[in-house]
Design a binder for this molecule. Sequence first.
Ligand code: CAA
Length: 240
Amino acid sequence: MTRVAIVTGGTRGIGKAISLALKDQGRTVVANYAGNEEKARAFTEETGIAAYRWDVGDHEATLAGCKKVEEEVGAVDIVVNNAGITRDATLHKMSFEDWNEVMRINLGGCFNMAKACFPGMRERGWGRIVNIGSINGQAGQYGQVNYAAAKSGIHGFTKALAQEGARFGVTVNAIAPGYIDTDMVSAVPEAVLEKIVARIPIGRLGHAEEIARGVAFLTAEDAEFVTGSTMSINGGQHMY
Ligand code: CAA
């Protein structure tokens, strides 16, 4: 029996690397995506991994999407909450919508996915949830009160749900990536990014595969004693 894993935002960037790493581990992987049909189709053609579309920030759509996966693929034992967006701006320029969308998708998405999949894991006595937080949720970041608050919330959410899952064989952990060479980071203005890279002791951006390695570790069959933890993968930028 292979275990079914859902990776949210799993067709691009860090999510794509995670989907591939879990597939290499022998999991049956489903990649969720929000909107980019073309990229999702290309992803499935390239990797053979099925892609399912829904907005993780939409509660009803997430329950329906996960139900469809259960019916078509099987009960979900592994969830990687990777989907996230940025709407960077200093507070005086940030709109309520910028705040709300980031909270709705980045933090609300974790709640919605857990509501859909955690009860089944609990009943079956086995589960792995990995939430992708951020160095900016640990340390804060100029221009990101929304993103830093949502990511910091993910770290708290992880520790709370880990306590609830522990007796039922369900582990819940977080990874806090630093700056990784994805589309999200390349959207940061070049001059700002140069200054950020200068503060990374290893001296470069991370690669998506370096985050995926952490997810593979935390979701492994023999990782049951690791729960409620946050794994920082950031090139030494923030030692926490
Ligand atoms: N600390 C102190 N001052 C800073 C600063 C910092 N870190 N960064 C910028 N400033 C200053 C600027 O020097 C400038 O000062 P002057 O006006 O005196 O020249 C001022 O702040 C600019 O302020 P504005 O409100 O006018 O900002 P802006 O509208 O030009 O842009 C910003 C602000 C959009 C936040 C831009 O600085 C930015 O994009 N920063 C990068 C934010 C970032 O790191 N995002 C991470 C995205 S990737 C990600 O999030 C993935 C992950 O998990 C790691």
